[in-house]
Design a protein around this ligand. Structure first.
Ligand code: NAD
Length: 680
């Protein structure tokens, strides 16, 4: 049984027991409903206590049943709550550990609540594009201020029970979690005979909300969540608690919930939620795969990436040696690390003490002997196979047996890199994204001989340093950069055909990307993609791509760093100004190619850019480079700013329907440089 019933001293104690977080799956709801019925009909029972086994009261919906028919099977959560409302004996919630989502709605439907210290209270449904659909939006405002309700429901922020110890949410509060149940039992005896039994639904919303509260809150939400309807819908439901009686408020809440459930945004967020969990499952790795202990890390190269990578480990309390052969580069890297941490202190995100602690964990060195005992070494030197070779040959010489040897290469062949060592089973790709201390994505690259325990260790480590990891196979660009290449190519072809950089950027930014391809390249540096193109062209001289990027770089227009790229920039200002020079360059180039320029709609721009990603994604899947379609979405969402409310490029194509996508792609194949659209 996923909830137990114990009779003790005239009390019925129902304990929710569905590990790991007592999710309210169908079997659990059924068990609670049966136990309530048994307790109600047992004449010796005077009150009922509802609590959770282990570390949680209840974490809400059962993830295992997510999206299945069982989620709404009877007794549904609203039905169970109605049963509690009309129960003839008082029900007391003894709230322990974690009380979230449906779990908190269940507690709100109890007649009394006894809280304790350190409980995490949350109604996070908004993060899945939903609202609490079992009365949460109507009951919470009957107990707490509208300010707190908005924070919890419209933003989905968790609150610690101690902050609400004196609020009407709790009828009693036990500081010591160890004796919560005893306190709840004493409390139950003290209220058992009281009639009528109080119900939250019967309280009035006495809130005195300042004039303009809801419109001001909507305006504030607009700044953060303009692409998502749920935060606003949550606010509508909260407002209904003030303007409607309880039963009508519940009807409003249900109607909004049903509407949100069907929304594209909620579907996208739920897809992401499931995709993140799926990404952790790695073929050949299971719970029994051993994990190597990582107590110290070394990073080779103190440049842009090396410094950021080192910060991840120091921030997780793991000591890091950072090695660079150029003393000036090393000093600069260490300075950048301190500067970044100090910036976090200045913003109030870190204390000065934490800053010192973290800086203290990072030690700069200039020789390999100093890193030989590291459990993991991550190479982040120049993107040049010869340099990588010399580094990996040295690592093979000095590193202790069992150390993991990782490369941060973006494009080079990891199997070849592994071949520079006599221990290819210990070699793996850990592809961080820039800025490495901030970006959430980590591509874990599995080479031909990478051992399962090395993968398992890196996957666990990713969680420790708060990254979302996706496993990729070896190919040029892995998952993300391989797709990006097609996207960037299309963006440049659009210019040859008649678009301006600002039109392309604006269209894709309206679609939801934070930054269009040209503003993004100006930020990253056009010289970097220029170098990659040169290398790829050397390997494949017949590769088709637009020469516009090369022409731009030949004029020294590397981007923001040179105040000129696809746009013009003023010193110290990142605002992109359209450039006449670039427009002349594009026109002259198109003329030389003999391309007749035409008007291109924003819709075509978005379709060509996004479908170039999805089309390559499909090939990546076919080639076995990614294990599942949702992994590809995660890469693009977490590493490349794909709009969250769209769910990812693969979901975008699935929503259109792959057969319709293929019709569109065949159409694009007939157009300018159409032979770059390589279809299945
Ligand atoms: P960078 O030029 O900023 O830094 C490279 C550093 O390596 C320099 O400090 C250099 O002195 C040092 N170095 C060179 N040879 C060395 C050697 N033999 N031993 C020790 N140190 C040496 O480069 P970066 O942008 O940090 O890129 C590093 C790696 O990360 C490359 O493989 C790159 O492809 C990859 N990467 C870069 C990005 C990015 O956006 N910059 C993103 C992901 C991955």
């Amino acid at each position: 049984m996923s909830a137990s019933l114990e009779l003790q001293n005239n009390l019925a104690i129902i304990t929710i027991n569905n590990p790991p977080v007592n999710g309210l799956g169908h079997a659990t709801r059924t068990a609670i409903a049966e136990h309530l019925r048994a307790a109600e009909t047992n004449p010796s029972i005077i009150a009922i206590i509802l609590t959770g086994a282990g570390k949680a009261f209840s974490g809400g919906a059962d993830i295992k049943e997510f999206g299945t028919d069982k989620t709404f099977a009877q007794p549904s959560l609203p039905t169970l709550i109605e049963q509690m409302d009309v129960c003839s004996k008082p029900i007391i919630a003894a709230i322990n550990g974690v009380c979230m989502g449906g779990g908190l709605e269940l507690a709100l439907a109890c007649h009394y609540r006894v809280g304790t210290s350190g409980v995490q209270l949350a109604l996070p449904e908004v993060k899945l594009g939903l609202l609490p659909g079992a009365g949460g939006t109507q009951r919470l405002p009957r107990l707490l201020s509208m300010d707190i309700c908005t924070t919890m429901i419209s933003i989905g922020q968790a609150i610690q029970s101690d902050q609400l110890a004196d609020s009407a949410l709790f009828d009693a509060f036990e500081i010591n979690p160890q004796v919560l149940l005893q306190t709840a039992a004493n409390f139950a005896h003290s209220v058992a005979a009281l009639r009528p039994i109080p119900r939250v639904r019967d309280l009035s919303v006495k809130q005195k909300v300042e004039a303009g509260f809801f419109s001001n809150t909507r305006a504030a939400l607009m700044k953060k969540s303009s692409h998502f309807p749920a935060p606003f819908a949550c606010l509508d439901a909260l407002e209904a608690s003030m303007t409607q009686d309880f039963d009508n408020g519940i009807k409003t809440e249900r109607a909004i919930f049903q509407h949100l459930l069907q929304s594209e945004e909620s579907k996208a967020l739920r897809h992401i939620f499931m995709a993140e969990r799926a990404a952790g499952k790695i073929a050949g790795v299971d719970a029994n795969t051993p994990i190597r202990s990582i107590k110290s890390v070394a990073v080779i190269g103190a440049g842009t990436m090396g410094a950021g990578i080192a910060m991840n480990f120091a921030s997780a309390g793991i000591p890091v040696h950072i090695l660079d052969l150029q003393s000036a580069s090393l000093a600069k890297g260490l300075e950048r690390i301190r500067h970044n941490y100090q910036g976090a202190v200045n913003k109030g995100k870190l204390t000065q003490e934490q800053c010192e602690q973290r800086c203290g964990l990072i030690i700069g060195v200039d020789n390999y002997a100093a890193i030989e005992n590291a459990d993991l070494v991550i190479e982040a030197v120049f993107e040049d196979m010869q340099v990588k070779q010399s580094v990996f040959e040295q690592l093979d010489q000095v590193m202790k047996a069992g150390a993991i040897l990782a490369s941060n290469t973006s494009t080079l062949d990891l199997n070849q890199i592994a071949g520079f060592t006599k221990r290819p089973q210990d070699v793996i790709g850990l592809h961080f994204f820039s800025p490495a201390n901030i970006m959430e994505l980590l591509e874990i690259v599995r080479a031909e001989h990478t051992a399962a325990d090395v993968l398992a260790t890196c996957s666990a480590l990713a969680k420790k340093i708060k990254k979302t990891a996706v496993v990729a196979g070896v190919c040029d660009g892995f998952i993300g950069n391989r797709m990006l290449e097609q996207y960037t190519k299309q963006a440049a072809f659009l210019l040859e055909e008649g678009c301006t950089p600002q039109q392309v950027d604006r269209a894709i930014e309206v679609f939801g990307f934070a930054m269009g391809p040209f503003r993004m390249n100006d930020l990253a540096g056009n010289d970097i993609s220029w170098a990659i193109r040169k290398r790829r062209l050397a390997a494949n001289p017949s590769a088709i791509y637009s020469k516009l990027g090369d022409l731009l770089c030949e004029q020294g227009r590397f981007g923001q760093k040179t105040q000129a790229g696809w746009y013009d920039y003023q010193v110290g200002d990142r605002t992109a100004h359209p450039s006449d020079l670039v427009m002349q360059m594009i026109c002259a180039h198109a003329q030389a190619l003999g391309v007749v320029q035409r008007h291109i709609s924003d819709e075509e721009i978005v379709q060509r850019l996004v479908l170039s990603l999805a089309n390559e994604g499909r090939k990546i899947l076919r080639d076995g480079i990614a294990a599942r379609s949702s992994d590809i979405d995660i890469v693009y969402l977490k590493g490349y700013g794909f709009p969250l409310h769209r769910g990812g490029p693969m979901v975008y194509a699935e929503n259109i329907g792959w057969d319709k996508v293929d019709i569109l792609l065949h159409h694009f194949q007939q157009g300018h440089q159409g032979n770059t659209w390589i279809l299945e």
